[in-house]
Design a protein around this ligand. Structure first.
Ligand SMILES: [Zn+2]
Length: 245
């Protein structure tokens, strides 16, 4: 299973702004937190967060969606107009293409998020979203766009800030249970050839954080030399883990 994560907006487009927050920052925060946790279940790529997928594709950029089994784009909603807070959340919804036959993954995610106290606005079918149309029509790959909650509803924002980690787990667990994914052997048991190595704990911790990867065969090869390119990837991953950017 290979998943592409996309953080909505960015590259000069802040998305919706309210309650002192910018949507483009929140979508990147969620994407960065999802990445290492989803990696325990699947191969996951995060689309370059310095780009805005919408304007990138519109201006002739190409994303080979055919490389993926599932695309998950993150947004926050607006138009609740409740920045003072009325004690009720406006909630979460997920948009999928009108041609999708089922929505069990998205329903699982939403029911997990609703269990945290957000209103469940349900799965909505759309045929007017550009990225989704490109992905579904040209590549036949399922595409889901989550609106995590409302950035202009104080109740949503407060609950999100309080329960951020649980929201991430709700999404990860929804995707894992919806697709029937088990934790990869490495995520469950660690790297085979790191067992007993002096760096075993550090290696497995860094893997869980999404900072290092193995060789794809369950091994880390802890005593091999490292290339400059791999150092760059590890440092980049570490900065993203710490800062969310
Ligand atoms: Zn948005």
């Amino acid at each position: 299973m290979k998943i592409l994560l996309i953080a909505g907006h960015g590259n000069g487009d802040p998305g919706a702004c309210a309650c002192g927050l910018k949507e483009a920052d929140l979508t990147r925060e969620v994407a960065a937190a999802l990445l290492p946790k989803l990696k325990a279940y699947a191969d996951v790529d995060l689309f370059d967060t310095s780009k805005n997928m919408y304007s990138y594709l519109k201006n002739g950029g190409v994303c080979n969606f055919a490389n993926y089994d599932y695309v998950f784009e993150i947004h926050f909603n607006a138009a609740a107009a409740d920045t003072a807070g009325n004690g009720k959340t406006t909630g979460a919804e997920i948009l999928i293409h009108t041609t999708e036959s089922g929505a069990s993954v998205e329903e699982a995610i939403l029911s997990n998020i609703a269990a945290l106290g957000f209103k469940n606005r349900g799965v909505k079918r759309r045929s007017d979203l550009r990225n989704m149309n490109v992905c579904k029509k040209n590549y036949g790959v399922s595409y889901a766009l989550i609106e995590v909650c409302f950035i202009d509803d104080r109740d949503d924002v407060n609950l999100y800030q309080q329960k951020k980690a649980e929201v991430i787990d709700a999404i990860v667990n929804g995707i894992a249970s919806g697709f029937g994914l088990a934790k990869t052997e490495t995520a469950a048991a660690g790297f085979k050839d790191a067992k007993g190595h002096y760096a075993e704990a550090a290696i497995n911790d860094l893997f869980k954080m999404g900072i290092v990867n193995g060789d794809g065969n369950g091994n880390f090869r802890p005593d091999d030399n490292i290339k400059r390119g791999d150092v760059a990837i590890m440092v980049r991953n570490a900065i993203r883990y710490i800062t969310g950017k």
